[in-house]
Design a binder for this molecule. Structure first.
Ligand SMILES: [Cu+2]
Length: 157
């Protein structure tokens, strides 16, 4: 009788193990199924931070007044006026654009006219998407030289 009991105990243990072991296997199988559409599988190349370009606005000039970019490049202008309030308008369309020419500059926070208060650094995030020459100019009436206060962004393929 005693050996029968031991045998039964062994059987019971085996049964318990038999039930317990597949448990986690099943649940892990289930969880892999749940993750079938992988949430963060594609390891995207780490986004490059934008190139920073410091730009001064003063004496009716932007400095630099000519900026070279490559298609696909992201830059952040940091524009500071050091004399008075100016403005910055950048055309998203290349010079000589026709009615159906698409824009070739993208702005993360687009403004028609960024206000440049004296001493304040204004970030302007730009992504160049199409080659071309894009004009910018002062867009706040700032005085005698207002109309000649301009520059260009040249985007090369
Ligand atoms: Cu002006």
């Amino acid at each position: 009788m005693k050996s029968d009991f031991r045998f039964a105990a062994l059987l019971a243990t085996a049964a318990v193990l038999g039930f317990v072991v597949p448990g986690p296997v099943h649940s892990s199988a289930r969880s892999t199924q749940d993750e079938k559409p992988p949430k963060e599988k594609p390891q995207r190349s780490v986004e490059q931070p934008p190139r920073i370009i410091a730009m001064a606005a003063k004496d009716f000039e932007f400095d630099p007044a000519l900026i070279h970019l490559k298609v696909g490049e992201k830059v952040q202008l940091r524009v500071i006026s050091s004399d008075r309030t100016h403005g910055l308008h950048i055309s998203a369309f290349p010079d000589g654009a026709k009615v159906n020419t698409p824009p070739g500059l993208a702005f993360i926070f687009g403004e028609d006219c960024w206000k440049l208060k004296k001493g304040e650094s204004v970030p302007v995030d730009i992504e160049a998407t199409e080659p071309g020459t894009y004009s910018f100019q002062c867009c706040k009436s700032c005085g005698t030289g207002h109309k000649r206060m301009k520059g260009q962004i040249m985007v090369e393929p």
